[in-house]
Design a protein around this ligand. Structure first.
Ligand code: ZN
Length: 132
């Protein structure tokens, strides 16, 4: 039964996880959800209904989040959409001429297959695709 495309999570680059986590957890009341670290980032997951907020703190300056924060400062880093058919969606994007960062799906922080699309093809937004 197809679920349709929905927002899986919003990735937010932070400079100090321990300093910003209480805002989301204690003031907004989003429950913490354990996630694996990925791509050289320490990740805190927070449940917001059907979606997650992922706070991403660089473990090293050379990691993608480290470079992002050094260049632009902390802030929204990417948005992740869960789709019914990840391979099919990637193929549609490829055929439409979009630039894919990941040519093949790989495992992300939630233990699901993911792939990133390049922001130069998506109106300046780093878009991650995953499965339900
Ligand atoms: Zn993500």
């Amino acid at each position: 039964m197809p679920k349709g495309t929905r927002i899986a999570h919003v990735g937010i680059a932070v400079d100090a996880l321990d300093r910003i986590l209480p805002f989301y957890r204690d003031l907004l009341g989003l429950p913490e959800e354990p996630l694996d670290d990925a791509d050289g980032a320490r990740i805190a997951g927070l449940r917001a209904g059907d979606s997650l907020v992922e706070l991403l703190e660089a473990e090293t300056p050379e990691s993608p989040i480290g470079k992002f924060v050094a260049k632009r400062g902390p802030g929204i880093h990417h948005i992740c959409f869960a789709v019914d058919d990840l391979n099919g969606t990637m193929e549609r994007c490829r055929r439409a001429g979009l630039k894919l960062i990941d040519s093949q799906p790989r495992l992300g922080a939630e233990g699901k297959r993911i792939a990133f699309l390049h922001p130069s093809s998506t109106g300046g937004v780093l878009v991650e695709l995953t499965e339900h």
